[in-house]
Design a protein around this ligand. Sequence first.
Ligand SMILES: [Zn+2]
Length: 242
Amino acid sequence: MESILYKCTMCGKKTSYSSLEKDLGKILKENGFPYELSDFETLSYKSYNCAQCGAADRDRLYKLYIDKYENIGTDTKILDFAPSRQLEEYLRAKSKNYRSADLLIDGVDDKVDITNMHNYKDKTFDFFVCSHILEHVDDDSKAMSELYRILKPGGKGILMTPIIDRDGVQDEDLTVADISERIRRFAQDDHVRLYEKAVFLDRVKKAGFQIHEYGFWNLGPISFIRNGIRFKSRLYVVSRES
Ligand SMILES: [Zn+2]
């Protein structure tokens, strides 16, 4: 999908974006996933990776939000889980107090289990990015309460997971071992749940957070078009009351 309209916010270049339709769409269909790619709330499946820098649609979305609404300075304490290379480079350039974290991947600053972050004291971070983690972990409510614990009062975080906004979507099962069955129910072979929007919002609030929704109306429709981001996309920013 090419267009002179496209300019990526991550790399600042005129670009095109690759489509997931053939690959991911085919995998989901073959395994009997009952929804369409278009049913996902924040998935620009027709314009996914930037041809210039590789940034995914959601990374471009996060940068649009950060540039417009966050005042990240050199002292801002940031925690970024399973970081994307492009967003990590961007945030590291802004803050001296950036930490990347993951339980499984190498090359991060801290090896951390998000459901038990004993290495971080209460109220440590000003800002976190937790994107596409919750659908992988056994106890997502514990992960959310840990995120709340390590966030400073007045702090905020980007909290994102694959979501379908439709009644009856919520499905989770830690015992499913069969890869095809995981794809059929949760859309990926290493996911243990698929979120329905109402359930996601409810769990976030139960962890103590306030949650704010961003979309084309506040991040800018022209920015969305230039970045190939579908108007259906939603960005969730959680905050801890100061
Ligand atoms: Zn780019």
